[in-house]
Write a protein that binds this ligand. Structure first.
Ligand code: GDP
Length: 204
């Protein structure tokens, strides 16, 4: 599945222009610069499927990528959805409000959406903007899981401490998966586990 041919499929700046629902969709959210594009590229074995390091604050779009088709007759097609990054320091309030509205509306109406992965930088843990996003996800009652990125940048002991703090704040979020995934796009850490988790979702 992940070794196959992944393609850009659709870009939508609003919920009026979304692609028809089909198969299973898995979305990726995270603060700007968290490593979202790098993770999508690493998962799909593509160097530049998702654009890395694009200018913060550019047009906010939901970007859809399509997998190489169903694994077998009983398994639906997989799509990955790259959500616009949030939380850049320079963003005006109106931009934050429009992000929240787009995402909230998308989450509420999307029956094909199986899971949202919320990416968090291993060095930083939760920031205020992340907590706001988790609350938005709770309200929409979408199942979501935390994915720690850039794990190659922190020592194991520091990561364990950050994860313990995060686990206690996650308990306040009813729609959150208690278990977190730890990844590094740089050294490939956690990638096999994440692919396996996605395949499992597809087969549920
Ligand atoms: P996005 O804005 O969330 O899409 O983030 P990008 O994927 O563009 O990554 C932001 C920066 O973090 C880039 O300079 C990447 O090279 C770097 N980066 C992304 N993933 C990793 C990782 O796993 N390890 C390290 N060390 N750097 C990473």
């Amino acid at each position: 599945l992940f070794a196959g041919d992944w393609q850009f499929f659709w870009a939508s700046p609003s919920i009026e222009t979304l692609p028809p629902m089909q198969g299973v969709e898995i979305a990726f959210a995270g603060r700007s610069n968290v490593g979202k594009s790098s993770l999508i590229n690493a998962l799909t074995n593509r160097n530049a499927l998702a654009r890395t390091s694009h200018t913060p604050g550019r047009t906010q779009e939901l970007i859809f990528f399509k997998g190489p088709g169903p694994l077998d007759a009983r398994t639906p097609e997989l799509r990955l959805v790259d959500m616009p990054g949030y939380g850049y320091a320079s963003a005006p309030k109106t931009q934050i409000a429009s992000w929240t509205k787009l995402i909230h509306n998308f989450l509420l109406g999307r029956a094909s959406l199986a899971r949202v992965y919320v990416l968090i930088d291993s060095r930083h843990g939760f920031k205020d903007a992340d907590n706001e996003v988790l609350t938005t996800l709770d309200k929409a009652a979408v199942s979501y899981q935390i994915v720690l990125t850039k794990a190659d940048q922190v020592k194991k002991s520091a990561l364990e401490q950050t994860m313990a703090t995060m686990a206690s704040s996650l308990r306040k979020h009813p729609a959150a998966f208690p278990e977190m995934l730890v990844t590094s796009s740089r050294d490939g850490g956690g990638m096999a586990g994440m692919r396996a988790a996605i395949v499992k979702l597809l087969r549920e």
